[in-house]
Write a protein that binds this ligand. Structure first.
Ligand SMILES: [Zn+2]
Length: 237
């Protein structure tokens, strides 16, 4: 590992990350991200509601077709009733008619329940659209300022990225650096003093020996790159 280059890389990478943090903390960036999140959420909710409404409407259609069938049967049965002379047979028909009426009532209740659900979902859909529209207006209002800031940070980050590339870190070292650094681990490299890592864990003998022998070792606890004081002084010289 080229510790001198790694330290250089780290010092510029810290500035690059500070720039990312600065940008993300800008009010316009926070506000536009919030607006964007609201728009996304509203869109998802809207999709879900539309699917539910579609499903409820199809349930309602099926109920009204069943309702119509039962009603037709009822009418036919009622029409027949007047031609029946036999009392027992008439009783049977009346029972059948009552059965149809009961089914029709149940279907009507079910239709009412579905209609209410559809109506509620439509209200929710209106609210969702209003929320999304408001967030979208906010988003558009912020966009110009955001774009300017985004352009600025892109240039600044580009400058740091150029500097990082110029260091000429080997692929192997770059791989290690990136693995350790992740999104926001800093420092990536830490000088091992008194056998303690940055993470305040005392290093076992095997680690301190390896640091002494090869100039560096990965902390088994926090995964940072521990470097020896010697290697650090040499790199700084
Ligand atoms: Zn550690």
């Amino acid at each position: 590992m080229d510790i001198k280059k790694m330290l250089e890389y780290q010092s510029i990478d810290v500035k690059r990350k500070e720039e990312i943090r600065r940008f993300n903390k800008l009010k316009v960036v926070e506000d536009i991200n919030k607006a964007h999140a609201i728009i996304t959420k509203a869109k998802q909710a809207l999709d879900k509601l539309n699917k539910e409404i579609e499903d409820l409407v199809s349930q309602l259609n099926s109920i009204s077709s069943r309702y119509k069938d039962q009603f037709d049967l009822l009418k036919d049965t009622e029409a027949n009733l007047y031609h029946i002379a036999d009392e027992n047979e008439a009783d049977f028909y009346i029972k059948t008619i009552n059965g149809y009426i009961q089914t029709i009532e149940t279907l009507a209740q079910e239709a009412k329940r579905l209609s209410e659900k559809i109506s509620n979902n439509k209200t929710n859909r209106d609210n969702c659209m209003a929320t999304g529209k408001k967030a979208n207006t906010e988003f558009l209002k912020l966009k110009e300022e955001y774009d300017q800031e985004a352009k600025k940070t892109k240039e600044i980050r580009g400058g740091f990225e150029e500097k990082l590339a110029k260091i000429g870190l080997s692929n192997e070292d770059l791989e290690i650096y990136k693995q350790v650094a992740g999104e926001n681990k800093y420092p990536v490299l830490h000088v091992l003093r008194d056998n303690y890592c940055f993470c305040r864990i005392e290093m076992p003998g095997s680690v301190t020996q390896k640091v002494k022998a090869s100039g560096w070792c990965i902390c088994p606890d926090c995964g940072r790159i521990l470097i020896s004081e010697d290697a650090y002084e040499k790199a700084k010289a």
